[in-house]
Design a binder for this molecule. Sequence first.
Ligand SMILES: Nc1ncnc2c1ncn2[C@@H]1O[C@H](COP(=O)(O)OP(=O)(O)OP(=O)(O)O)[C@@H](O)[C@H]1O
Ligand SMILES: [Mg+2]
Length: 209
Amino acid sequence: MPHIIAVTSEKGGVGKSTLSVHLAGAFQERGLSAVLIDEDGRVGSALRWAARGPGLPFVVLEPEQVKPRKLAQADVVVIDTEGRPKRKELRILGERADVILVPSGVSTLELDATAELMAFFHEDPQTRRRTRVVLGRVPPVGRAGEVAREDLRESGVTVCNTLVRSYAAYVRAAELGVLCRDVPGRGAEHLRHTQQAWADIVTLSRELL
Ligand SMILES: Nc1ncnc2c1ncn2[C@@H]1O[C@H](COP(=O)(O)OP(=O)(O)OP(=O)(O)O)[C@@H](O)[C@H]1O
Ligand SMILES: [Mg+2]
């Protein structure tokens, strides 16, 4: 059976699709067979992301296309969930995923929303064990990411060690329908930033599987 990673949040625009697409890409690059299920048909979704570019290096499926046979051959399945899921849907997700990944920014508002969602996931001990926050859009300069990670951990929340920093390469990748490692550009700084953005994702993928 493949390892199932569901990426979800109650707040919109926290980076679910960006993270899902890139994680699937990182697993694939590491030699694992990755499938991305796009449960969010709207504009920022993974399916539309793939359609804007030359194609992504892994299979992207709509929920209707998901067949047990297709998934059985995968090592890892990443689910990009819909924008504002209902609590009932989150509960179902908690039962079918091996890992529930909750992306969060480091601003107070985002951290409050994340803490609230984690409190819900913690109601069930099994779900609690599967749920992890990943801090994203972390300012590359300063210690906001480290501080948020420490605060969350002190409140009993499991947080991925890897901080996904904020880079323009992620935004550009979505526009071009590629992964951030493949965003074209010139100069040493561009290269450094795209490499750092990709390195964050690969490091995170190793933490997960
Ligand atoms: N690490 C990052 N650095 C910079 N920008 C980022 C990063 N992650 C996401 N973004 C940008 O933040 C915006 C929201 O990201 P994304 O669409 O992935 O969020 P989402 O949670 O899937 O949103 P929705 O709830 O609408 O589905 C996008 O413009 C994306 O390019
Ligand atoms: Mg999305």
